[in-house]
Design a protein around this ligand. Sequence first.
Ligand SMILES: [Zn+2]
Length: 422
Amino acid sequence: MRLLIEHATVWDGSGAAPFPGQVLVENERIVAVAPRAEALAADGAERLDAGGKFLMPGLVEGHAHLSFVDTPRGTALGELPPEDHALLTMDAARKLLGAGFTSACSAAAAKIRLDVAVRDAIERGHTDGPRLLTASPELTVTGGLGDGRRLHLHQDSFGVAVDGPDEVRRMARLCLREGCDTIKLNISGDYGTESALAETTVMTDAEVAAGVEAAHTIGRRVAAHARASESVKRALRNGVDIIYHCDFADEEALDMLEAQKDRVFTGPAIGIVLARLESLRGDNSWQGQGFLERLKPLYEATCRTHHEMRKRGIRIVIGGDYGFAANPQGTNARDLEHFVTHLGFSPSEALQAATRTGGEIMKRGHELGQIKPGFLADLLLVDGDPLQDVRVLQNRKRLALIMKGGVRYVPCEGPPHVRRLH
Ligand SMILES: [Zn+2]
């Protein structure tokens, strides 16, 4: 396969200004990038006239939950049989690719092998989807976020309850054995969990350390759900690699994040917060009002914290907990708009978070997330200019071509799917 993409406006993901240019792809990689006026040795290559279009790196979803299949409640995921759940997860992978996301870093699966089975099916060519780094279910303490059980009722959710370092270690090792690339630890609570609210830090130091040791021993990573300030510090002190949310990080937590900014990744996952705020508007029920009272300060804290984190150069990825009814799979590009509207990012900064920083969180910053010779040919050809208005990426009709490793796709009409071109 040899393809010359000509006459495009090339934005390479580095943060440099776009330029009129051409990109030569050979098999799965980019082999040359040149300004329009320069002659490129491309004899015999197929030519694609991208006149008037914007060529950029494929998007990276930094907080994916492909097995969260748009249910209203977490416990509804626990009710799904594994076979049905695997098919729905596969479907979500196709939707994500169809939305222009050529890579995804999972922030938890709802069952231990869901991400793993779908990742393997994608890699073997049995189904279409983004490059996927898989994650375990959310390891949580009894009563923590994702523990859906009640005393009288066994109820699975997206979490697995483990208490004490021995149980954390055993479950982490089991998930690692089954193929998970990342172990997810819920160190803080969340706004919807009565017995562990967002400002509380419920997983102990010893439990976090046990999970990190199990993963790092075999070269894999740990991601944390960490809204409370102390949970961010606990994650950092114990070597957690990816620290999501960070909403209530205080000055000391921000200083610690900054000191480790070359090692850690963060991501606010603001999409779900905004979707919930939106859905609660006009809900006058007692429960709705209670949620709103908790969510508003969390939203304000997230905005404040991420303005500061951006200024300090801490690596932040897009990804907003897509996969709930209010925030469905395939609408993930909305996060770019959220970064610009709520977190103070310029369109270029938001796009860099979604491409170059995305390549880095995929552990492939040397070959993923930018348009450079030698990099993987993960590209997006857009009918519009996302630097003027990032919302253009939410319109699948404007995605003229999605390329993953040199393979061409177009989004389908109707449901948010994708079609392989050859
Ligand atoms: Zn999440």
